[in-house]
Design a binder for this molecule. Sequence first.
Ligand SMILES: Nc1ncnc2c1ncn2[C@@H]1O[C@H](COP(=O)(O)OP(=O)(O)OP(=O)(O)O)[C@@H](O)[C@H]1O
Length: 263
Amino acid sequence: MKLDIVNATCGYNGTEIVRNITFSVQTGDMVCLLGPNGAGKTTLFKSILGFLPLIQGEILLDGQNMTSLPPRVLAKSVSYVPQAHTPPFAYKVLDVVLMGRTAHIGMLSSPSSKDKELAARMLDDLRISHLAGKDYTQISGGERQLVLIARALAQEPKLLIMDEPTANLDFGNQVRVLEEVQRLSRKGLGILMTSHSPDHAFLCSTKVALMISNQGFLFGEAADVVTEQNLKAAYGVEVRLTEVKDSLGRTIQTCVPLLNQSI
Ligand SMILES: Nc1ncnc2c1ncn2[C@@H]1O[C@H](COP(=O)(O)OP(=O)(O)OP(=O)(O)O)[C@@H](O)[C@H]1O
């Protein structure tokens, strides 16, 4: 599986928000998309998912223009984790996850025992089985985020697109979600996710895309893209990069912001 974003310009009613974006996500990739608030990350995702027509360029899935793919085919290849929201109906958590099976279930059929087992396994993988029987409207924002990830995985996609999957999560759950993301990409899923933490890019990305408002778009290895200079250009704050060792003695870079002492 390969997703190619080719020279994409996206925006609303002819107003360009992001311009001339080119990068690819393929099997086993974990691409972390960084950029300040309002840079256009969600806008790009809307265009990739076909919710917002491109102003210019192409989005290809295995060489085929994504707009030409039937919805059911697309749904079996790509799944999307939106930012958590409160839905109007009090579905049980297990039923929300089962909704991820829609593309695999016939028009007039109900979920099979295999579908239900898969949905339960996804909850188990994310360590939220205890939520299965609860109302989705009565769990916390962070728990809801984990349920949306379980729903997307129940779709058994080849490519997972996630809009800030760690937003709303406590520190431990952020790490659990990143571990899950890393496990999935190592299993062969292609992952494209946004984050507001450059450390997430260092921890588990294979490539990083960095949007710098009005200045451009960088794509490459974390070590080349997530530099002190580029973070200053993107976010307007001073940072220092430093290194720590993990339990196997491998070096991990981490990013420390410097507070402005003159304020
Ligand atoms: N439906 C819309 N119509 C017109 N402009 C919009 C619409 N949605 C978003 N925008 C504008 O597009 C720009 C980019 O927004 P977008 O949500 O893509 O940014 P983002 O990088 O995802 O931000 P954040 O990190 O805050 O989620 C913003 O200036 C926003 O006001």
